[in-house]
Design a protein. Structure first.
Length: 366
């Protein structure tokens, strides 16, 4: 289920690198509304997880899922999975507004939860999740795939940790996507269900900013949303941007959109530029336009060098193995719960406080 032209069904595959033995960490999939469930399962299986169950109310989605993972058993109900004592973690990619309720049920049954982004559509949902994780001690992990499942983005973090560009002072991110309206489900265009563009794909950008800057918290200084092209969907937003300042002084600007033109050979030209006191990094995640259709290009400039790295298939995706070990050992090496929730919180605040702009925006001059 790997489609380069459709971000909703973009599911990276890596090399098998199991950190547990077969049957040691059993997982299930519940909710197949977003194609990211395939990337989530791929990463966990490559790290050694055993996929036992799948459940969705839509039998066609289940049948398609079983073609990709023939070892999986279709469950008759969600409850059948939740009552299985062997299942350690449930991965879910249901409709965005329903992801919190699923997570609460999963944790109530004593299992860890791995949800697609964005995990919440309201701040009230976030608070419920915070209380539930504190109450149970279980993981509420989020698939921030644009860093976790991109080898060049993983390598950038390694370079920063090694001090290759000094202290990070600014992160710039662009997250363009192709809308592919003909293949999208109706909920994708309804604000109540998808949460808005900054809540949705903006969550990738804010998580990356917090990670690369090493920040624990940040303030949303300014944010904007708009619908410039998709007027047939009045609740849809095809443009959004935001500016943030972290608690350590690092600044951030990002732009996300659903305006990728058909001429691009992939679903979006995602890029990140990271400025440090002693150098900078540029990540070209999914394509190097007009030069290389493969992604995972990284450019490094510092006091010693200017260098290009082609990283496809060379770095791997350590997050998934780390998540499995965190669940087994009650550690937080893959991503802390506070970091996971802080990224979600900030994207919800950016969405809530955004100025709406379009081609009829009225400028008030003093």
């Amino acid at each position: 289920m790997m489609k380069r032209n459709d971000g909703m069904n973009y599911a990276p595959k890596g090399k098998s690198a199991p950190i547990v033995t077969d049957g040691q960490f059993i997982i299930a999939a519940i909710g197949l509304d977003h194609g990211h469930i395939y990337g989530m399962c791929n990463g966990l299986i490559e790290a050694g997880a055993t996929l036992k169950w799948v459940y969705d109310k839509d039998s066609k989605k289940v049948a398609e899922f079983c073609k990709t993972y023939p070892q999986v058993q279709p469950a008759q109900s969600e409850k059948e999975i939740l009552e299985d004592p062997d299942v350690k973690l449930v991965a879910g990619a249901t409709i965005t507004s329903k992801r919190c309720d699923l997570g609460l049920r999963v944790l109530d049954y004593g299992k860890h939860y791995f949800t697609d982004k964005s995990p919440f559509t309201t701040l009230e949902q976030l608070e419920l999740a915070r209380k539930k994780t504190a109450e149970t001690g279980l993981k509420w992990a989020v698939y921030y795939s644009e860093r976790l499942h991109v080898e060049s983005a993983v390598f950038a973090g390694q370079l920063i940790e090694q001090g290759a560009i000094g202290k990070v002072v600014q992160v710039l991110g662009t997250g363009p996507h192709r809308s592919s309206v003909e293949s999208r489900p109706s909920w994708f265009f309804e604000r109540e269900y998808y949460g808005g563009i900054l809540c949705d794909i903006g969550s990738h950008q804010i998580e990356q900013f917090l990670f690369y800057s090493g920040a624990k918290d940040a303030k949303v200084v300014h944010s904007k949303i708009g619908n410039y092209k998709h007027h047939q969907y009045p609740e849809f937003e095809d443009f959004g941007d935001a500016t943030l300042i972290a608690d350590n002084g690092t600044t951030n600007y990002f732009r996300v959109d659903w305006l990728t033109p058909d001429g691009l050979k992939t679903w979006g030209d995602g890029r990140t530029m990271i400025l440090g006191t002693d150098g900078y990094i540029e990540i070209r995640k999914y394509i190097d336009i007009a030069r290389d259709e493969d992604g995972d290009h990284l450019y490094l400039v510092n006091h010693d060098t200017e260098q290009h790295f082609s990283l496809n298939g060379k770095v791997g995706f350590p997050y998934f193995g780390e998540l499995i070990l965190d669940c087994l050992n009650d550690t937080e090496n893959a991503m802390t719960q506070e970091h996971t929730f802080k990224a979600a919180e900030l994207c919800l605040i950016a969405q809530r406080d955004a100025i709406y702009v379009n081609d009829e925006f009225k400028v008030n001059r003093v």
